[in-house]
Structure formats: C-alpha cells, structure tokens
Design a protein around this ligand. Structure first.
Ligand code: NAD
Length: 518
C-alpha cells in the first residue's frame, strides 16, 4: 500500500467509529483477543466506509515459520487421536459457531461487506460443514479389494497427511477456512491459516472458537493457527516443505503463482480460483423462476462470489422479454449499508474493485456492448470512501476478451444463441470452469447440458442459479479455476494419504502376475 492510498482512521461518533466499536464488541463476546500492533501492521479496512478501523500485527516470515513448526509438532499427537474424538472437537466448534453466529456474521459484514442475511448464511455454512465432518469422523474408510493371490488380503488405509496450509480470499472470509479445517481436523491434520489481509478480525474470531474447543478437550492450541498478513505471509506458507497440502482460494493469478512453488517442493495443492460462470436460458425456460435465480446469482454479494453469474446466454426468441424483466428488477435493487433491512447489494471491497468494474464497462462499450441498466457509482450517506455500485446488465454482440475475463464485480453480460450446440460452445469458450446453469423445461436440453458434451464446469445446475452451493457436494471447478474440490462428497481424500497394504496369511509366497523367481 502506498502512502497516498493509506486509509483514514474514523473518529468516534461517525459511521466508521460505530463499526469499530461493533467489531470490538463482537470480538469480545466471542472471546477473541486482538493483539496490539507495533509500528506498521495490517490496517483493518471496512468496505462499508473505506476507513481503517484498527491495525493488527502482521506476521513476518519468522512468525509463519514458527506457526508451521508448532503445527508440525502438534500433528505428532493429533494424528493418533481417534477419529471420533477429533470429531468431538469439531462438533464443539459447530456448537460455538451456533452460539456466536450473529457475532461472527457481524464481523463478516464489517470486513467483507456482505448483507446480514448472506453473512449469517456464511456462518451457517460453517456449522453445516462441522456437522458433515463429525459424520465423516466415524465413517472415513478404505476399501478391501480381491487379491489375485490365495491367502492374501489387499486393502487400503487412509492416514493423516500432516500440516495443511490454508490461504483464503476476502469474499468468503470464514466459510472457506471451515470447509478445509473441519475436514482436515477429522482427517487428523493440523492447520495453519493465512486469511485474506482484508478480513483478519473474522479469522481471529473463528480460530478463537476452535482453539476454545481444542483447549476444553485437552488438546494443544497449535492444532489450528492463524497467521495474519498479506501476500508475503502466504508465500512463506506456500514455500514451506512442512506444509503437506496447500489449499489456496483466490484469483487465477494467485493460483498460477502458488502451483509451481508447491509442485516444485513435491507438495500437494488444492486450488479454488476464479470463475466466469454462465447460465443458458432456453426457449422453454420458466422466466419468472429464471429471473429470480439470475438476479440472486448475478447481483447477490455485489457480484463478489467466485460462483457469481457473469454471463447469460439467452435464446434469441426470449432474449428481449428476459432482458426487459431483468432491467425492471435491476432498476429497483436496493444498494447501500449491508446491515440495513432491505439492502440487497452492499459495497465492493474497495475503490480498486470499483475502478476495475468501470474500466470493464468501458471496454465492453468499446466492443459494441450496451449497458442496459446500472454500472454506476452510488453515494451512501456517511461513507464517502466506500465503493458502492449499481449492478450492471450489459448486452454484448459477441463474447469478447472482457467477457472472457473474471471482473470481480456485479456485471452481467447478455449474449444470444440460436442452437443449443452454439450455446454450449459459447458457454465453454472461457478459460475458467467453475459453475454453470441451464434454465429449461426440456429434458433433452437439460440432460445434454449435464452430459459430457455439455458444460465443462465442476458445478452444473438445472433451473437454479450458479451460486449458493450446499456443503454436501464437492465444490470446485476445472481449467483455470484450478481443479480442486473441497467440502463434501469424497473431498476428504485430499486431506489424507492413501496406503495400499498386502497381507500374506498363507504359508506360500506367490508373486503377483505369476512371476517365478527361482
Ligand atoms: P487474491 O488472489 O487477491 O487473494 C487471495 C489470497 O491469496 C489472499 O489471502 C492473498 O493474500 C493470497 N495471495 C495472493 N498472492 C499470493 C501468493 N503469490 N502466494 C501466496 N498467497 C497469495 O483474491 P481475492 O481478491 O481475495 O478474492 C477474490 C478471488 O478469489 C476471485 O478471483 C474469486 O473468484 C476467487 N475465489 C474463488 C473461490 C473458489 O472456491 N473457487 C472462492 C472464493 C474466491
């Protein structure tokens, strides 16, 4: 950060002062300590006003190294704790999250700018994943396969992996950590978390709850540690050979930097990167339902979800009708303080994000696009340093470069098609492959979109939008989205190492493949 864009500190009695008091009160109810920052430190900037509410200490390489070494030491005991006992700690975390749901959601709103309902939903997702992981703690298991040799047993076991490093993005400041951590803990791993530099308080609060659960059960706190800092702290985690799995969530750019470093040291990585998600709207679509799904996915979270809907591929026979309906809804979307009742669109994370949105709209216009509605800066009382915008709907003549990039803001580009093949071609012709949807009542179209010749994404939906996944399924995407899968299904396998065992309980020593050796 340069001196020219150093955020100002709010005075008492202003909106920023009120946010600072609210954040400190929530942290105190949770029982999270905010260590005093010395010189420098990390400013905690709220997107609600653009001001620095507090400063927290920033971990240097030595602190990151110490956290990793402590986690490696804690792993030596944690790995041998019975799975269901580890599950008990995660169950307790879920209880504490339930107790402090409103407190943690308030911090998420203050740091990430989410409207209250979405912030509560994010904490609920943490509670849900704890439930899921508790179930896993009694059901993780390997297979037994038929051996080709008599008197032999061929089987596999899954063992804890080691230290899991988690690097997370600002827009899901707590849920992404819980997807990784709840599952990693029941798998017997320990965790070092480098949250986004934009959301340190939510991270301190979440980890304080987990540490309370650990201490109550008599386990070392170092099973889970937070290191606060920006990219340099993340780089230290990425480079460390003691980190067996590096799970990184963020931009495609970040993933491209992280992957070669982890691969180069022989580590494992799990990448959850940017998306450029599209929905196809077919002639048979229920347009009332489609409009609701589209608006939540495109304008919800101010377009700042990895699964936000960014492209709409609409059949030419319904495009004018659909765009007309969307225009009316977009024109009435309440933009403003995310804590206020009725607000549906909160702020962008910072002025840089707004500048990138406005620049993308300029580029779209230069490419022949027409902004149908929105796409303007919005002033909010008491928050002149914040970056509020009205969500934009843009008709495009073609899928140009700007459409093929992820702009992390509420821009929905509308393209048209005439055949389903053409729609799928447009759909897949982007670098990213995270989430997708089709709105149709035609079973042939729906099944084609779900099939191997349809969407190339990790998430493919029918008659719902692209965002708002449940934790029971595996979450993640293909191509430049990184290929990782987190949360449900069998994602847990990435947090463990598979061991294949052959046991001979016969008196002979037959060799596999019929080999005769003397
Ligand atoms: P970002 O890439 O700027 O930062 C993400 C995290 O990576 C931060 O903690 C940052 O400090 C760290 N980081 C950045 N460069 C690093 C490096 N070279 N080495 C180690 N750590 C590094 O992303 P952001 O702006 O915080 O979040 C928005 C992006 O995240 C969007 O692209 C969004 O699509 C993506 N995202 C993806 C998912 C998913 O599950 N696929 C979920 C949430 C967000």
């Amino acid at each position: 950060m340069t001196t020219t864009d150093t955020p100002t500190t709010p005075a008492a009695g202003t909106l920023g002062g009120e946010l600072r008091d609210a954040a400190l009160a929530a942290l105190s109810r949770i029982g999270a300590e905010v260590p005093a920052a010395g010189d420098g430190g990390l400013p905690v900037v709220s997107p609600l006003t653009g001001e620095a509410l507090l400063t927290v200490p920033e971990a240097g390489r030595a602190e990151v190294d110490a956290a990793i070494s402590a986690a490696a030491e804690a792993f030596r005991t944690w790995r041998s704790v019975p799975g269901p006992v580890r599950g008990g700690v995660v169950r307790r975390l879920g209880e504490l999250l339930t107790e402090h749901k409103a407190d943690l959601a308030e911090l998420v709103t203050i740091e990430a700018g989410k409207i209250t309902s979405e912030a509560l939903g994010e904490v609920q997702e943490m509670i849900d994943v704890c439930d899921y992981a508790v179930g896993l703690s009694r059901s993780l298991g390997g297979r037994t396969m038929p051996s080709e040799r008599p008197g032999h047993r061929l089987m596999e076991q899954w063992h804890p992996l080691g230290v899991v490093g988690v690097v997370s993005a600002f827009n899901f400041p707590v849920a992404v950590w819980s997807w990784n951590t709840a599952v990693a803990l029941v798998c017997g791993d320990t965790v070092v978390w480098k949250p986004s530099e934009k959301t340190p308080l939510s991270a301190l609060a979440s980890n304080a709850l987990l540490r309370r659960a650990l201490v109550e059960a008599g386990f070392p706190e170092a099973v889970s540690t937070v290191v606060l800092g920006a990219r340099e702290a993340g780089e230290a985690l990425v480079a460390d050979r003691q980190v067996a799995l590096l799970s990184a969530t963020g931009s495609e750019r970040m993933g491209q930097q992280v992957a070669p470093v982890v691969a180069g040291r022989g580590g494992r990585y799990l990448l959850e990167l940017g998306g450029n998600n599209a929905a196809v709207v077919a002639p048979s679509a229920d347009l009332d339902l489609a409009v609701r799904g589209i608006v939540f996915a495109a304008a919800g979270t101010a377009g700042q979800r990895c699964t936000s809907l960014r492209r709409l591929i609409v059949h030419s026979s319904v495009v004018d009708d659909l765009v007309g309906r969307l225009r009316s809804v977009y024109a009435g979307l309440p933009v403003g303080d995310p804590r206020a009742d009725g607000t549906l669109v909160g702020p962008l994370t910072d002025a840089g994000a707004r500048a990138r949105m406005l620049a993308a709209l300029e580029e779209a216009r230069a490419d022949g696009g027409t902004v149908v509605v929105g796409g303007e800066a919005v002033d909010v009382d008491g928050a002149p340093g914040a970056a509020y915008v009205s969500p934009a709907l843009v008709r495009m003549p073609a899928q140009t470069d700007v459409v093929r990039r992820e702009t992390f803001a509420p821009i929905l580009y509308v393209l048209t098609y005439d055949t389903l093949e053409e729609a799928i071609e447009l759909h897949n012709d982007v670098p990213q492959g995270l989430s997708s949807a089709i709105f149709t009542l035609d079973v042939r179209e729906a099944e084609t979109f779900l099939s191997e010749v349809g969407s190339d994404c990790g998430i493919v939906n029918v008659n719902i939008g692209t965002s708002g996944a449940e934790i029971g399924g595996a979450f993640g995407g293909e191509k430049s989205t990184g290929g990782g899968r987190e949360s449900g299904s069998d994602s847990w396998k990435q947090y463990m190492r598979r061991v294949t065992n052959t046991v001979n309980y016969s008196t002979e020593l037959p060799l596999a493949q019929g080999v005769n050796f003397g």
